[in-house]
Design a protein around this ligand. Structure first.
Ligand SMILES: Nc1nc2c(ncn2[C@@H]2O[C@H](COP(=O)(O)OP(=O)(O)OP(=O)(O)O)[C@@H](O)[C@H]2O)c(=O)[nH]1
Length: 331
């Protein structure tokens, strides 16, 4: 009796958490009990908090401040075993990876003797940012490991969600679709805005434990190619994010920032800031806003958050000392 595992992968800011929120809500409406493992590069758990606020009472394990594909790899087994031991037992485990993780690393970890009789890979879903997917190959051309990881996220997917189609025109979308097709002709390509897709395609065949007495993985509507390739590629693994850093900026609660200045600070770093998120006060507001910077676009969202203010900046070859110095002078 093995518990199916759904892996959500995709580069920084592509829309993985946006997908996860909707997927979990849909999974619950189907009478299934999901449990979640989230991995964040930073030590602050922004996404976990968003999930907990949206879907209270959800069993959630977090691996923070490192990536499952390297420093946190040894912790996957313990975290999954903890979720599997929950009562009532989860019908399904959903894993959201960091943006720079190769999903094959998790599949490897699932083959560990401590897990292999308890879990079975159901699907790898990769989320792509339609606006920036084409640029990443050239931006990271000097970092072969990262380019390799981004390709593997597409190569091994059972479904690719081409997200953020609201930000591109049809000819750009056709190019992205072609890129995905070139690397993975087997996986369905699902264009989406805010990761809204037909969840039947992703959840087809999953049954609640209490109805079946057994945990049936999906009938793998998507082909088996991904798992085959995981095996073939074994032994050629690359670590994925040698030059990606996560910088934590603590912010005094009384401090408030100009939205415009903040956006300029994040954008004007030769494109090296790939992602930023956190909670801080903007333009004199007494409440912290959730700040989301992804794909060179900044969004602020109202939030009930009332903890310490901070910003996590994730980027490529960032000079931490310089960034912090400029932060102090600019913001
Ligand atoms: N315009 C637009 N924005 C989107 C879409 N989907 C997600 N976003 C926004 O993109 C930002 C990043 O989305 P997330 O779901 O947090 O992305 P992620 O892949 O989980 O990010 P990390 O794991 O932190 O790298 C958020 O501000 C989302 O609201 C979309 O289809 N269109």
């Amino acid at each position: 009796m093995k518990t199916p595992v759904l892996i959500i992968s995709g580069f920084l800011g592509s829309g993985k958490t946006t997908l996860l929120l909707q997927l979990l809500s849909d999974i619950r409406q189907r009478g299934l009990k999901p449990a979640i493992l989230m991995n964040e590069l930073g030590r602050q758990d922004v996404d976990g908090l968003i999930l907990t606020q949206a879907l209270d009472g959800l069993p959630l394990e977090k691996l923070l401040d490192g990536c499952i594909c390297c420093s946190k790899k040894s912790e996957i087994s313990g975290a999954l075993q903890h979720l599997l031991a929950l009562r009532p037992a989860p019908d399904l485990l959903v894993i959201e990876l960091t943006g720079v993780a190769n999903p094959e690393e998790v599949v490897d970890a699932m083959a560990d003797p401590s897990l292999r009789d308890s879990v079975i890979l159901d699907k790898i879903i990769t989320v792509l940012d339609a606006e920036h997917a084409l640029d990443y190959n050239s931006i990271f051309s000097t970092d072969k490991e990262l380019v390799h990881t981004l390709r593997r996220q597409i190569d091994v997917a059972d479904a690719v969600i081409i997200n953020k189609t609201d930000l591109v025109d049809s000819s750009h979308l056709a190019k992205v679709t072609k890129l995905v097709e070139k690397h993975n002709p087997f996986a369905p390509r699902l264009p989406a805005v805010n990761a809204k897709v037909d969840f039947d395609l992703l959840l087809h065949g999953l049954q609640p434990l209490r109805q079946t007495g057994n945990l049936a993985p999906t009938s793998r509507r998507f082909p088996e190619h991904a798992s085959h390739r995981h095996e073939h590629e074994h032994g050629h693994r690359h670590k994925s994010h040698s030059r990606i850093q996560s910088i934590f900026i603590p912010i005094p609660e009384q401090a408030s920032f100009s939205e415009k200045k903040l956006e300029k600070f994040l954008k004007h770093r030769e494109g090296r800031v790939l992602r930023a998120k956190g909670y801080l006060s903007l333009d004199g507001s007494p409440h912290a806003s959730l700040i989301q910077f992804a794909g060179k676009r900044m969004r602020k969202e109202t939030s009930p958050y009332d903890g310490p203010h901070y910003l996590v900046v994730i980027g490529y070859e960032l000079d931490e000392a310089r960034l912090l110095e400029e932060w102090r002078s600019v913001c």
